[in-house]
Each structure stands twice: as structure tokens, then as C-alpha cells.
Design a protein around this ligand. Structure first.
Ligand SMILES: *[C@@H]1O[C@H](CO)[C@@H](O)[C@H](O)[C@H]1NC(C)=O
Ligand SMILES: *[C@@H]1O[C@H](CO)[C@@H](O)[C@H](O)[C@H]1NC(C)=O
Length: 623
């Protein structure tokens, strides 16, 4: 954003402190081959695209012809670069002639996995930043989704020399140490503003806040992160406090200022309105945080943007207060936190913000909006949901990442190639390969409630009662002529066993020929015929085969069966009749005694004299 001279009357606290400090965030590069080049180098992470925070990439370096080595023109052809080993390609380009981001974009269009830019002069590493917004009319910067890094000149020269000799140069890009990951909580902060009318930077910020809100709230509610929003403020030098410019752009007598949104004092909104709204957003966070609901800030900011947009001329105190009320936040508390903007006093909240703008430790000064700081290092790369989530996730000590970090959103797709070298059951479409932002892991999965157990690399076995529902628990099964047999048993938690009538190890089962094995159908004159999974045994003549006893019996037994059935039926009817009579009798005698009891209240009955009193008491209590 270009500032006209009018706006230079107030200054950033940090620029007045000798020199603004910008920290170059680094990743490392290890040369794997050729062996005489094996070494480790620093590289500077580009401030666009998606750095692979927490991860590594191995690939082969390719350097184009001298004529296109700057990478400023689009490379022609479909996938013009190839490596001998079909490894991912890291394109090495020379610095100069055009924007860094354009080189990286051209590389991405040519299908490379990452772009390395070799510096053209000997100097300490610098950060490759994105160009001014009006130099990126096509918007390619936001479309870059590969990582990029700047390497120093001498390292670039040695890579080029090895490539000239025709050697294959394999390197590992490593971002594992680019993000400190000391413990199981990540602290991060976003330097932003409440104004939505500052061009593409504001749009980018708002889009990010909206997109990231879901992740941010999950992380915050779960106590995995501690997020703090921040707002850059300027101040007005003493001599100008009474000037028209400072009065319009500052609150608290020139102490806290923001540039006029339209850069025109005559019309529209004033800078002081922006500072005041920034202060409100800070106070919303403070007050919500006090009641342990810090994540409400994300709701407030997105709602405010929708309901109180500056572009639509709805940016007002009243609108902001309505948003506060609809989120159920205590308005009076927030007002108290904001204080009186006209008073000639410090505001503790804004004063703290000004002090925090100055970098300390590993973190550089905050001078540009938006700035994201994670575990006290400045984030490099584009402000985009999954790229930022990956960086936040890389800030957790390994194995303490919350589930959202293992979501499909930020995976590396290493499972797509040879299933990542993990176990898989292609028949059941079950795999142990799981993509994570740190790379793939081989872990026996849980599918539809069925847990697999094993080492994840060579074997996983379904475990538990429902295991047979997935590909028969990996056991043998077959169906033939409408018959189905499986070696998986729901009654056993693991393993496979051939069903009766088959033999084998459970992974392969074969029909037993019972007739040949002479285990059945041995009765005199019986004829045996093997079937799949069983056998048929026929007796000679009209006789019936009884499998249990492996004998034949005559058909005339059927008359006896009928007799038995009738006998049982008769018994049942008799019992029912007896029960009915007994019931009738009981009912009758019960009613008789009730009637007697009621009547006894009105007339003493000779034979129940001594029971009259308790009876009366019981009746009076039930009314
Ligand atoms: C939010 O609350 C936590 C403790 O609940 C505290 O440590 C932290 O400093 C608070 N953040 C702000 C910005 O007040
Ligand atoms: C296997 O499952 C994945 C996702 O679960 C799906 O995309 C794929 O099409 C499946 N493949 C087959 C052969 O069923």
C-alpha cells in the first residue's frame, strides 16, 4: 500500500527504533548424491506458495538450458523436465530478470515439485517476497502451491557444476526444524486489522480468517493452541498532535493511529474509526478469553465483516455493538476495556500492542499486514487455510498433534505411490497407509468399526466380532450353486477356520470327499455321493437315512410320530382349560372379598369386627 506524504506524519513505533528487523526464516537442504557433494546447507523459505513445514521432500535437481535458466518465460511442452530416477523434480533457476514468484509459478506450470533459486551475488540469504499486488494482475501468486527456497550463490554453483558433469544430483529439502515444536501446545498470533477496504491484502486476510475459523476454533476449544490476535498501530509525533491529520487518524490524543482508509481526509471513514474498531476486536478477545471462550473472536470478526462491511458503508459503532450482543458477549465489559477515545491518557490494551510490534528473540519486527507468527517465528508462505494449518501442526511436539492435523486436508499424498510401502488388502480395499502432513505412516486401520492389528507394513489382521463383514475377515470364502461357505466365524475374534465339510488353513479351503474318506454313509447297502461342502447318502428301497446314527430305518415310523403330536396337542389344550377355570375362580373370590371390605364400612360384619379400623384408615388416605 503506497502512502502519500500526508500519511507520513505518524510513524510506526518499530521503524523509529533504529532499524526494523526482518528475520529470514530458513529450511535446510541436504545433498544426498553425488557423494563428493554430500553436505547440509541453509535455504531461505519463499514468502509465497506452500512451504512443507514439518516435512521433507527428496528429489532430483534439474537446471534448464542457459537461455531459460532465469525461468522468466513459461517453459514450453508438457512436463519438459525429467529425472533419470523418476524422482520428483526440483528446478534450479537463476535469480534476476523477473519476480521470484513468477519463476516459481513457471516452474509449477512445468510440473516440478519445488523451485530453488540460486542467488546471483554473494550475500547472506534473503527472503523471496511476493510482488506488489499491481504487478500480479493475473493473480498467479495465490495459485502457487509448491514450496520454493533461495540458496546462496556458491551452493548454486556447485550444484550446477555437478549437473554439467552429467551426474544425478539428489537432495533433500527439509522443513522439520523451520518451525520450533517444543511441546504439546502451539502459541500463534495473527497481526491483522478491522478494515476491509485496503485492496487485495485485506481481501486475502478476510478470506483466510473465514476459511481458517473452523480449524482455529477446534484447536482453541481443545486447548491445543493459544491464539492471540494483534493489530498494528501507529503513533503521531508530539509536534503534530494538534494537526488536522493526526486528529482525524488518531485516538487518545495522537497516541494510537491508523491510516485513513480512503487516503482522503475529506470523505468517507477516518483512520481513528479504524483504530477504534481494532481496539474493539482486541477487547472482544480479552473479555471472551477471561471467560475461557477465546475462540469467539473468530465469530466476531467474521460476523463483523459480513454485517458491518466498510465497502458497504455499514462500518459503525452501532453495528459492531449489535454483533457483540448477538454473540452474547458482555457489552459493558468490552466498552470498559476500550475506554474513552477522546481522553488524553494511555490505553493499556493498545499500548501493549505497540510494544509487541517490536521483534524480540527469534521473531522479527511486525511491519507488514497480515503477519502470522507461530511459536514465535514468522510464518512464510501464503496465507491460506491448509498451508497455515500445516505450519501450526508442525509446531506440536511429534505425536502430540491433535486429530485435525492428521486430516486429509494437509496430507502429502505419499500413499498414492506404491501404497507408501505399507500393507494393503486390495480385495477389501483396505490399506495401512495414512497420509499426514509429516509424511506417510503405516498403521493398521480401523474400518467400519473393525480394528486391524499388526505391524502395518507386512501384515494387518481384522480383529473383533464384526470382522467378517469386511472381505470375510481376510479368510477363504466361496459360493457355488446358491451355497455359501466362509472360513470366518463371527464367534471367534480372530483367525480363520475352514467350515465343517472342508479342510485347509482357513485362507484356502477344499471340499472334503466324505465318501472317499469313508467317514460317513457306511451303513449296509447305502450309496454315497459327495457334494460341495457335504454329501448325499441314500438307503436302499423305501428306507430313511438317519445321519446321526449313520443307519437306515423303515418309513412306518411316521404313524407313531402322528400319535405323539396328537398327544402333545391334547396335553396343551387340557392345561389351558384347567388354567382358565382356576383363573375364573380366583377372580371371583377376589371380588367377593373386595365387596365385603367396602360393605364393612357401612355395616359391621360379625365375622370381621377386628379388621374394620385399619380398613377405614386405608381408604381415607387414598382420596
Ligand atoms: C487468555 O487467557 C489465558 C489464561 O486463561 C492467559 O494466559 C492469556 O494471557 C490470555 N490472553 C490474553 C490476550 O489476554
Ligand atoms: C477404495 O477406496 C477409496 C477410498 O476409500 C476409493 O477412492 C477407491 O475408489 C476404492 N477403490 C476400489 C477399487 O474400490
Amino acid at each position: 500500500m503506497a502512502l502519500s506524504p500526508l500519511f507520513l506524519c505518524f510513524v510506526l513505533l518499530v521503524t523509529s527504533s533504529v532499524s526494523g528487523r526482518f528475520v529470514v526464516e530458513k529450511s535446510s537442504i541436504t545433498v544426498i548424491s553425488p557423494s563428493d557433494l554430500q553436505s547440509k546447507h541453509d535455504s531461505a523459505i519463499g514468502n509465497f506458495g506452500v512451504p512443507d513445514y514439518g516435512g521433507t521432500m527428496v528429489g532430483a535437481v534439474v537446471y534448464p538450458d542457459k537461455s531459460s535458466a532465469s525461468g522468466c518465460r513459461a517453459f514450453s511442452g508438457d512436463r519438459p523436465f525429467k529425472s533419470r530416477s523418476s524422482r520428483p523434480i526440483f528446478l534450479l533457476l537463476d535469480r534476476g530478470e523477473c519476480y521470484f514468484a513468477l519463476k516459481v509459478w513457471n516452474g509449477q506450470q512445468a510440473g516440478v515439485a519445488a523451485v530453488l533459486v540460486a542467488d546471483s551475488i554473494d550475500e547472506p540469504l534473503i527472503t523471496m517476497d511476493s510482488p506488489e499486488e499491481n504487478s500480479d494482475k493475473e493473480g498467479f501468486v495465490n495459485k502457487i502451491n509448491i514450496p520454493s527456497a533461495l540458496i546462496d550463490r556458491s551452493f548454486g554453483d556447485s550444484l550446477k557444476k555437478a549437473l554439467q558433469k552429467g551426474e544425478e544430483v539428489v537432495i533433500k529439502l527439509d522443513w522439520r526444524e523451520s518451525m520450533p515444536h517444543p511441546d504439546e501446545r502451539v502459541e500463534y498470533e495473527l497481526w491483522t486489522n478491522s478494515n476491509d477496504e485496503c485492496g487485495s491484502r485485506c481481501d486475502e486476510q478476510m478470506r483466510f480468517v473465514k476459511d481458517f475459523k473452523g480449524h482455529a476454533q477446534i484447536l482453541e476449544r481443545g486447548g491445543y493452541t493459544q491464539f492471540t490476535p494483534h493489530y498494528i498501530t501507529w503513533y503521531c509525533p508530539e509536534a503534530f498532535v494538534l494537526s488536522k491529520q493526526c486528529k482525524s487518524q488518531c485516538i487518545n490524543h495522537g497516541r494510537y493511529c491508523a491510516p485513513d482508509p480512503e487516503q482522503d481526509f475529506g470523505e468517507g471513514y477516518e483512520g481513528k474509526q479504524v483504530v477504534f474498531e481494532n481496539l474493539r476486536q482486541l477487547c472482544v478477545h480479552r473479555v471472551a478469553n477471561e471467560s475461557h471462550r477465546s475462540w469467539v473472536w473468530w465469530d466476531f470478526v467474521t460476523d463483523f465483516h459480513i454485517r458491518c462491511s466498510m465497502k458497504e458503508k455499514r462500518y459503525s459503532i452501532e453495528c459492531a455493538e449489535n454483533v457483540i450482543k448477538s454473540l452474547g458477549l458482555p457489552l459493558e465489559k468490552i466498552k470498559k476495556c476500550m475506554g474513552d477515545p477522546e481522553a488524553d491518557v494511555e490505553n493499556p490494551v493498545l499500548k501493549a500492542e505497540q510494544e509487541l510490534q517490536v521483534g524480540r528473540g527469534n521473531r522479527g519486527d511486525v511491519t507488514i499486514l497480515p503477519t502470522l507468527v507461530i511459536n514465535n517465528v514468522q510464518y512464510r508462505g501464503k496465507l491460506e487455510r491448509s498451508a497455515v494449518l500445516r505450519a501450526v501442526c508442525a509446531g506440536f511436539a511429534e505425536t502430540t498433534e491433535p486429530a485435525v492435523c492428521l486430516s486429509g486436508d494437509i496430507e502429502t499424498n505419499e500413499c498414492l505411490e506404491r501404497n507408501g510401502g505399507c500393507w494393503m488388502d486390495s480385495r477389501a480395499n483396505v490399506t495401512a497407509c495414512k497420509d499426514t502432513f509429516r509424511g506417510r505412516v503405516c498403521e493398521c486401520p480401523a474400518v467400519n468399526g473393525v480394528q486391524y492389528r499388526g505391524d502395518g507394513y507386512t501384515s494387518c489382521e481384522a480383529f473383533g466380532p464384526a470382522r467378517c463383514t469386511i472381505n470375510n475377515g481376510g479368510c477363504w470364502s466361496e459360493s457355488r450353486d446358491g451355497l455359501f461357505y466362509t472360513a470366518c466365524s463371527e464367534n471367534e475374534l480372530k483367525g480363520c477356520r475352514c467350515p465343517p465339510g472342508f479342510h485347509g488353513d482357513g485362507h484356502k479351503c477344499e471340499d472334503i470327499n466324505e465318501c472317499n474318506e469313508k467317514t460317513v454313509c457306511q451303513c449296509d447297502g447305502c450309496s454315497c455321493k459327495n457334494t460341495w461342502g457335504g454329501y448325499d447318502c441314500k438307503c436302499r428301497g423305501d428306507r430313511l437315512y438317519i445321519a446321526d446314527q449313520d443307519t437306515c430305518i423303515g418309513r412306518n415310523t411316521s404313524g407313531f410320530g402322528w400319535f405323539l403330536t396328537l398327544l402333545v396337542l391334547g396335553g396343551v389344550v387340557g392345561l389351558a382349560l384347567a388354567g382358565y377355570i382356576f383363573y375364573k375362580y380366583r377372580l371371583r373370590s377376589y371380588m367377593d372379598s373386595e365387596i365385603m371390605a367396602i360393605m364393612s364400612q357401612y355395616m359391621p360384619l360379625d365375622n370381621q369386627n377386628n379388621e374394620t379400623e385399619p380398613l377405614r384408615q386405608r381408604q381415607s388416605s387414598s382420596v
